[in-house]
Design a protein around this ligand. Structure first.
Ligand code: ZN
Length: 681
């Protein structure tokens, strides 16, 4: 592992922060915290914490000793001074004299001693940092250390590797008791460079930021080297593979089935798929059941991944139904297992808990890869990241010996610990947070506004556009995913649908919006033009809808198809036949989908919009049309009952409204400012 310290960078950090009035201690604390956070073999998703003991002035101008320790909600790789709340050190140190301290009292005392009452909650490991005397303390859940300690002989291996340089602290849940035990182990040999917390992680410390950090890197490198040597000697066949079907299903073919079956009271989870050589050799291992079901490599992963992943059956190509029924059985068993685990541990627990959603957050699929699941795309990504880390650590541990983690009761204590649950945040979910929305023609105009409107409601949005760059720009701005796609080309469309399903796990709402206008008097228009318009303004809608309902059927969660039809579909304009005719067919296409798929909970609706500034109604067209009618541009654009211009955002809100109207199907919503001749009758 590379030591990334640079005297130059450290100095630059000190100088830059000095301009903002930040002390050298804090600047260096930020600097090495980020170095640690940037290495994912050390720290992942808020998994480590750091501190520095320094002085600050309080409101009276008195200089006080403080502990600046990582605050909850901050990640080490992006930490700022504000992410290191200052807590008065003396009162924290006094707590060592207590025999007992409840979590609630501990949190309260930590908050009560903050210099800034608005600061985030100091880390749950604050007291451990406070009790130890060192100025700089670094804590990580380094993979190589976990691979060493998560073993039946973990303590023996750690002693063999580190000798007397590190103290070994037995597993205790984070909090007051662990802090006291860590101090006790340290005092037995104050010469140590750090502490190994068995089946949890590692602390290193020193009076300088550079040395505390360097000790971390040296210790982890030592553990990595040891693992390499050991792996050569023992257990080469640790991950011997099972026999798999000759032809396997793709992730896209099974993702919607998994998403449907893991939904909770009709509420699906978002998904994130991963696959590579390492993941495959793990999910294909004969020993998968034994090694994957014991518990997470470090306790705090449990709140994001559950204690163990679900092992899905290996999916044979073309046998989706078989996979579905076998998976259903596996999930039912998972629920029973989780429920039993909850009941057993809750009975033994002093404070009674309420059972969480019993669905897995990680699904391992032999031959295919792994899926992370979560109540948002971000949560799914985190679960997948942690699952990958678990695979790395468990694989290494198995190559060295036999993987073993903390007991079920200890895992339960952490999964249901109020302080850990608090990390997930209590903020209410946005209305469409668990929905995957696909928008065609999403790179500009109405499509772009619609993608933005759905993202604002919390949805994960797949933006499709002929112009790949435009799709990606819009998607990047809303945290979605952009895809270049020609909706008139069946193979381009089907490739993109597969990618969307692999990226998100499924599709819930489709806004079939891509379109273009062709004009000409209907008796004179050449057939090629008319066919071209039908290709985009009818057939593309049919293809998109047909592919979408297949995925929605697999998910079994209902769904919503939304079509952008036009005023032309209801109230034709002179010489607009080539555009209006396919749009009229699309309006009936919507009704046909509503009719044929309603019993599956799949709704189909349309928005009928008119006179919106877009690629179909360019500034030049607006100029010439208003001129030919003898109107100003404002009067032309506002030529409706409400006498106001209708924007792409208005149309976007129409789509969102229809998506949320759970009891509405086969409906047309007019968004045109009012036009009696074009109104529905
Ligand atoms: Zn920790």
């Amino acid at each position: 592992m590379k030591n990334a310290w640079s005297d130059e960078d450290a100095k630059m950090m000190i100088n830059n922060y000095a301009k903002q009035g930040v002390s050298e201690d804090i600047a260096l604390r930020v600097y090495t915290s980020r170095l640690l956070g940037n290495d994912h073999n050390l720290v992942l998703h808020g998994g480590g914490n750091t501190s520095v003991k320094t002085t600050m002035k309080d409101v009276m101008g008195d200089v006080v000793d403080v502990l600046c320790v990582k605050g909850s909600g901050w990640d080490l790789d992006t930490i700022e001074p504000a992410g290191l709340p200052a807590v008065r050190l003396e009162p924290l140190k006094q707590m060592v004299n207590l025999n007992k301290l409840s979590d609630e009292d501990m949190v309260n005392a930590q908050r009560g001693n903050l210099l800034d009452s608005q600061a985030p909650n100091p880390s749950v490991e604050t007291l451990l940092h406070a009790f130890l005397p060192h100025k700089f303390i670094d804590h990580t859940h380094a993979n190589a250390i976990l691979a060493l300690t998560d073993q039946t002989m973990g303590d023996v291996l750690c002693s063999e590797v580190f000798g007397k340089k590190f103290g070994l602290v037995p597993y205790i849940m984070p909090g007051f008791d662990l802090a006291k035990k860590a101090l006790e182990v340290y005092l037995e040999n104050p010469e140590v460079q750090g502490l190994i917390l068995l089946k949890h992680g590692i602390f290193t410390f020193s009076d300088t930021a550079k040395q505390a950090y360097s000790r971390m890197i040296r210790a982890v490198t030592k553990a990595e080297k040891f693992a390499k040597q050991q792996a050569k000697k023992i257990n080469k066949n640790a991950l011997a593979p099972i026999k798999l079907p000759k032809q396997l299903s793709s992730a896209a073919n099974i993702a919607p089935i998994i998403r449907g079956l893991t939904s909770h009271h009709g509420q699906p989870l978002m998904m994130d798929f991963r696959s590579n050589g390492k993941i495959l050799s793990y999910v294909n291992a004969k020993s998968l059941k034994r090694i994957s079901q014991q518990g997470t490599v470090t306790p705090d992963h449990v709140i994001r991944t559950k204690p163990y992943p679900l092992i899905a059956p290996a999916p044979e190509h073309g046998k989706q139904e078989l996979f579905q029924s076998a998976l259903k059985k596996a999930i039912d068993q998972y629920h029973i297992k989780y429920h039993d685990y909850f009941k057993r541990c809750n009975k033994a627990s002093k404070i009674k808990k309420t059972e969480l959603d019993p669905n897995p957050r990680v699904v391992l699929v032999p031959g295919v890869g792994l899926f992370g699941l979560g109540n948002s795309k971000k949560a799914a990504r985190i679960a997948a990241d942690l699952a990958e880390t678990n695979i790395d650590v468990i694989s290494d541990a198995e190559r060295m010996g036999t993987y073993q983690v903390i007991s079920e009761a200890e895992i339960f204590e952490l999964e249901y610990w109020s302080l850990e649950q608090a990390k997930l945040g209590k903020s209410a979910e946005k209305p469409l947070q668990r929905k995957v929305v696909l928008v065609t023609g999403g790179g500009s105009g109405i499509g772009a506004a619609t993608a933005q409107a759905f993202a604002a409601e919390g949805a994960a949005v797949a933006v499709l556009d002929l112009n790949s760059e435009a799709a990606q720009t819009i998607a990047a701005a809303i945290g979605g995913q952009g895809y270049g796609c020609d909706v008139t080309d069946e193979s381009s469309l089907s490739t993109v649908f597969n990618r969307v399903v692999t990226d998100f796990g499924g599709i819930d709402i489709v806004v079939s919006n891509a379109g273009a206008a062709w004009q000409g008097r209907i008796g004179d228009v050449d057939e090629a033009t008319l066919r071209k318009s039908f290709e985009l303004n009818f057939w593309a809608h049919q293809r998109v809808a047909s592919m979408a309902v297949k995925i929605m059927e697999q998910q079994g969660l209902g769904g919503c198809l939304l079509f952008n039809t036009s005023k032309q579909a209801v109230n034709p304009g002179r010489d607009f036949g080539p555009y209006g005719l396919p749009k009229a067919a699309t309006l009936f296409l919507m009704k046909q989908y509503a009719l044929d798929y309603g019993h599956l909970g799949i709704r189909a609706n349309a928005v009928n919009a008119d006179r919106i500034r877009s690629g179909l109604l360019t500034p030049d067209m607006i100029k010439s049309r208003s001129k030919s009618r003898g109107l100003s541009i404002t009067d032309y654009m506002g030529g409706n009952l409400l006498e106001r211009e209708v924007s792409a955002e208005d149309v976007a809100q129409g789509f969102v409204t229809l998506a949320k109207s759970e009891a509405t199907t086969a409906a047309v919503l007019t968004v045109d400012g009012g036009n009696i001749a074009a109104s529905m009758r």
